[in-house]
Structures are given as structure tokens and as C-alpha cells.
Ligand binder design. Structure first.
Ligand code: PLP
Length: 402
């Protein structure tokens, strides 16, 4: 018999399975609220005009070739990415105690971070929020972390952040534990701590000697302002924490499949830079040798050219405004219909996702009877909504709830 005969079928990945089910569904109307990507008001993917323009200029630039990049990536990109997240006037940058390495998007940044933390810093304990992006667990478990726990984050009854629960759970974490924090636009709840709450979280992390790892997948995409979206990270850096930031340029540049990411390492002193850099170089060498150049060249050129950077800022404003508009429209429609419950959380949340509070049974009704696809936790992608389908979706939610 085949040597593969004993390979077991693995479970499906929910988001991808839902998107497939949506494609296979021949009914009209149908709505996909499950994917994690931006859509225009016409329901289409959006290539940012500034990205398209930059692609064309790179494609016709005769000085560009396809030689390998360095193992840690394109220098002009990592410097711009690190500066974008820490801020041009960051004390850590001025003191030369922060640097970035290019990674295979946000997932790759998390994986390289996890590998480094396990192998070099001998960490094996990680905490992530309950709920969180489902890949956090997988990345750290696959890397070899042996203690994986969640901390309370979302209060389903009040549909808000459970700060007390979060602090109580983190208080029990052993010193040195890696704490994954969503920099902004928490996935899947869309609920971020306030500045005051971040201060309390930082106090506890400092007191318990925990290691903050920021996952920044939505900078600029959340509020429309990259500085505002990086507030929590910069606050921690200003307080003197050593930390990691895992950056993705999938959402804020619409470069999903091009896998553009950056891992920023903030140290107490620049004296450790070369050693860390050399070890991360060896890690990446063994994982995939070196990163792809295409997307990094685009981001680098846009961030390093003031006029293009301004165009990009206008694009992220356009995306975040459309999302906010959809939040308001959906909340208003549900109120107008008199749908039982309070729907203010939809407008109070930020970023691409909303944790609607719909339960599994209600979700099943939406999928089966209305062909509206969403995760069984009730998470919806606000970008799947548009002026053409919002009425239909609101009425369906109303029917599923009543
Ligand atoms: N982290 C969070 C919280 C995310 O939501 C995502 C994407 O959905 C990522 C990281 C990384 O995505 P990518 O690897 O496509 O950059």
C-alpha cells in the first residue's frame, strides 16, 4: 500500500471553507461577510491607485533586476516600515535601538518572532486574547511553544472589553511569558482598549516582567491615521519596554498575496543589535532563505516618496471611512427595524471586523436561509457590506434574531 495511506484528513479552515461555500452557492442574493479582505462599494477587491501606479513604474524601471534580496530583506523597506510603526521621532530609533527585518507578511513576522523567542530567549509560554485571530495559536504551537493560554478579552453579555478579566488572567502569567497584543482593530472583536486601559495593561506587563508582542495588521486601515493606530505600541516604547512588533502590509496596502511584512525589534540598547540580527538571519536562512522583493519594492517606494505617501494616506482614509459608514448604516437599519437588543457596539468597534453578538444558531439561519456567509462566532467583515446589500443583510439579521 502507499506510504501515504495513514495520512489523516485535516479539519477545514473555516474562513476558506466559507468562501468556497459562498462561491458554490448559486442563489441570489448572496453575501460573503467572512473573508478578511477589503471590498469596494461594488463588492470588488481594490488595487489602490497609488499601488497600481508604482507597480507600473517598477515594471518599466530598467535598473531593477531579479537578484536575491539579502536574507533580512530590502533595507529601504525595513527602515520605512519600522519608522512607520514607531514614528519618525521615536526615541528608540534616535538611540539606534530598534531595527526591522522583512518577513513573509504578518504571519511570517509572527513565525520568525516565535522561532527567535523559543530558540534564542528560551521562551515556551504564550498568551493570546480570547478570542483572537485563530492563527496565533497555530503559529506558536507549530513553532514548539509548550504552554499556550488565552486571556479574557471580550465580554459577550456587555459586548465590550473585559479589562478586569484580562488583567486578572495576565496577572497569573509567569515572568517572561510572551503576551500577544493586537496593536489596533482587534481581530475578531473590533474592540480595542482605550488609552487609559492600555496604561493599566502596560503597568501589569511591566510589574509581572512579561514580554509584549504587538501584532499590527491594520495600521492606518483602522482609523485612517497611521499615527493614531500605532498609539499603543509607541506608548509601550516610550515607557522603555523591550518588545516585538509584527507588521503586515496586506490590508493597509491591499497587497494580500504579495506577502509584505516586517518584524520590528525594540531593545534596551543598540549593543545587542548585531547579535540579534545575525541569529534572525540564520533562522530565516533555514526557513526560506530570503524574502520576495515585489511587494516590498512597492511599499518602500510609496513610503519613501512624499507625494506617493500622501496618495497612500488618502487611500487608507477612503477605506476606513467606507467601513465606518457601513457600521453606521447597519446599526441605523437595525434600530429602524426595531431589532431586539442594543446595536451600538457595531459603531463603537473599529477596523474591518465586527463581533455582532449573533449566536451560532442565528448564524446558521443567516447562512442557510439568507445565503449570508459569516463565521460561526458571529464575526462579520464590514467590507462585505455595501449600499446595495445592507438593507437585505439588516432584514435578515432582524429575522434571525426575532
Ligand atoms: N494578525 C492578524 C490579527 C490578522 O488579522 C492577520 C490577517 O488577517 C494577520 C496577522 C496576518 O496576515 P498576513 O499574513 O496576510 O499579513
Amino acid at each position: 500500500s502507499s506510504i501515504y495511506a495513514d495520512v489523516q484528513q485535516g479539519p477545514a479552515i473555516e474562513v476558506f471553507a466559507l468562501t468556497q461555500a459562498f462561491r458554490d452557492d448559486v442563489s441570489t442574493p448572496k453575501v460573503n461577510l467572512s473573508v478578511g479582505a477589503y471590498r469596494t462599494n461594488e463588492g470588488q477587491p481594490w488595487v489602490l491607485p497609488v499601488v497600481r501606479k508604482t507597480e507600473v513604474s517598477i515594471a518599466t524601471d530598467e535598473t531593477i533586476n531579479h537578484e536575491y534580496l539579502p536574507v533580512t530583506g530590502l533595507d529601504t523597506f525595513t527602515r520605512a516600515a519600522t519608522e512607520l510603526v514607531l514614528g519618525a521621532d521615536s526615541i528608540a530609533l534616535k538611540e539606534k535601538r530598534a531595527f526591522g527585518v522583512q518577513t513573509i507578511s504578518g504571519t511570517g513576522a509572527l513565525r520568525v518572532a516565535a522561532e527567535f523567542l523559543l530558540r534564542q530567549l528560551k521562551r515556551n509560554t504564550v498568551y493570546y486574547s480570547n478570542p483572537t485571530w485563530e492563527n496565533h495559536h497555530k503559529i506558536f504551537a507549530d513553532t514548539g511553544f509548550t504552554s499556550l493560554s488565552s486571556y479574557r478579552y471580550w465580554d459577550q453579555n456587555k459586548r465590550q472589553l473585559d479589562l478586569e478579566g484580562m488583567l486578572a488572567d495576565l496577572d497569573k502569567a509567569p515572568a517572561g511569558a510572551v503576551i500577544i497584543l493586537h496593536a489596533c482593530a482587534h481581530n475578531p472583536t473590533g474592540m480595542d482598549p482605550t488609552q487609559d486601559q492600555w496604561k493599566k495593561i502596560a503597568d501589569l506587563i511591566e510589574r509581572k516582567k512579561l514580554f509584549p508582542l504587538f501584532d499590527s495588521a491594520y495600521q492606518g486601515f483602522a482609523s485612517g491615521d497611521p499615527d493614531l493606530d500605532a498609539w499603543a505600541i509607541r506608548y509601550f516604547v516610550d515607557r522603555g519596554f523591550e518588545l516585538f512588533v509584527c507588521q503586515s502590509f496586506a490590508k493597509n496596502f491591499g497587497l494580500y498575496c504579495e506577502r509584505v511584512g516586517n518584524l520590528t525589534i525594540v531593545q534596551r540598547s543598540g549593543a545587542t543589535r548585531d547579535q540579534i540580527h545575525s541569529q534572525i538571519t540564520l533562522l530565516i536562512r533555514g526557513l526560506y532563505s530570503n524574502p520576495p522583493a515585489y511587494g516590498a519594492r512597492i511599499v518602500s517606494k510609496v513610503l519613501n516618496t512624499p507625494a506617493l505617501r500622501q496618495e497612500w494616506m488618502d487611500c487608507i482614509k477612503a477605506m476606513s471611512s467606507r467601513i465606518r459608514e457601513m457600521r453606521k448604516l447597519l446599526r441605523d437599519k437595525l434600530v429602524e427595524l426595531g431589532t431586539p437588543g442594543n446595536w451600538d457596539h457595531i459603531v463603537n468597534q473599529i477596523g474591518m471586523f465586527s463581533y455582532t453578538g449573533l449566536n451560532e444558531k442565528q448564524v446558521a439561519v443567516l447562512i442557510k436561509e439568507y445565503h449570508i456567509y459569516l463565521l460561526k462566532t458571529g464575526r462579520i467583515n464590514m467590507c462585505g457590506l455595501n449600499t446595495g446589500n445592507i438593507e437585505y443583510v439588516a432584514k435578515a439579521i432582524h429575522a434571525a434574531v426575532t
